[in-house]
Ligand binder design. Structure first.
Ligand SMILES: Nc1ncnc2c1ncn2[C@@H]1O[C@H](COP(=O)(O)OP(=O)(O)OP(=O)(O)O)[C@@H](O)[C@H]1O
Length: 265
């Protein structure tokens, strides 16, 4: 940790400073600095292999950074601060830090042997110690919010991909996170199921949730996000308002990437 530790107060739920991540000799994130404001909806776009998922996974410490720092709601994620020193943490302490973020994965990651409701109450009951009755009541409300009030007792295999992803979103919200992280949430879906997931995401964005969304849905980034970050080769190449980055990209790499997209559309 090279950084001089700064005070805890900040209106940025996510503060990323000079983040480096290497897998062996391969540097996947090469000095990323990025702050996300409360209520901001940030899109991360870029070519395959540019490090977008790894960046997201560092934010909730599923991946441990090689260098730099990440603060979530003021705490250095994965570390406890003592004076000017950071000590690595694990177990319940890390779980408590992680609970500030809710993560939605590309492949839903639901427990196949549990119903929609059971998937949603799993973490509140077993990690946070919420009583079952309260957790169930909240899970039903969340299922209603994602348009699945009548599917509480369905198993994942009985649900479409879009429905499974909506359950996964409800599950992430059940942890009452401060920040929602979406890792290409629609890229495993059949095209006709993408819209229902994006609609739910749009509603969450409109509720004021802070969100980081790794996506190939350029239209969603354009219409719903407040800021777009374009990454290539582990670096931020360009960032700004969606209307600027997506409609009038300045960097050649952004132009080439979006050109390929427009050609496909
Ligand atoms: N656990 C890992 N071990 C080794 N290499 C990894 C690991 N995770 C990711 N990588 C490598 O890091 C690079 C960036 O991967 P990452 O998934 O972050 O990119 P991405 O921009 O999200 O790509 P995509 O859009 O295809 O999901 C890739 O070369 C990938 O192979």
């Amino acid at each position: 940790m090279q950084e001089t530790l700064s005070p805890k107060t900040s209106d940025h739920p996510v503060e990323i400073n000079s983040l480096v991540k290497a897998f062996g000799a391969q540097v996947v994130l090469d000095g990323i600095s990025l702050n996300v404001k409360a209520g901001e909806v940030l899109a991360i776009i870029g070519p395959s292999g540019s490090g977008k998922s790894t960046l997201l996974r560092c934010v909730n410490h599923l991946e441990k950074p090689t260098g730099g720092t990440i603060r979530v709601c003021g705490d250095y994620i994965g570390y406890r601060r003592k004076g000017n020193v950071l000590r690595e943490i694990g177990g319940r302490e890390l779980a408590r830090q992680r609970a500030r973020t809710g993560m939605v994965f590309q492949n839903f990651n639901l427990y196949s042997h549990k119903t929609a409701l059971e998937n949603i109450i799993e973490s509140p009951v077993h990690v946070r110690g919420v009583d079952v009755k309260t957790a169930k009541a909240r899970a039903h409300a969340l299922l209603e919010r994602v348009g699945l009030a009548d599917r509480a007792d369905a198993y994942p295999a009985q649900l479409s991909g879009g429905q499974q992803q909506r359950v996964a979103i409800a599950r992430a919200l059940a942890g009452e996170p401060e920040v929602m992280l979406f890792d290409e949430p629609t890229s495993a879906l059949d095209p006709e199921l993408v819209g229902e997931v994006l609609t739910v995401m749009r509603e969450i964005a409109e509720s004021g949730m802070t969100m980081i969304v790794v996506t190939h849905e350029i239209q969603f980034a354009h219409d719903v996000c407040n800021r777009v970050v374009f990454m290539a080769d582990g670096k931020i190449v360009e960032e700004g308002a969606p209307g600027d980055v997506l409609d009038n990209p300045q960097a050649e790499r952004t132009q080439a990437f979006l050109g390929r997209f427009n050609a496909r559309a």
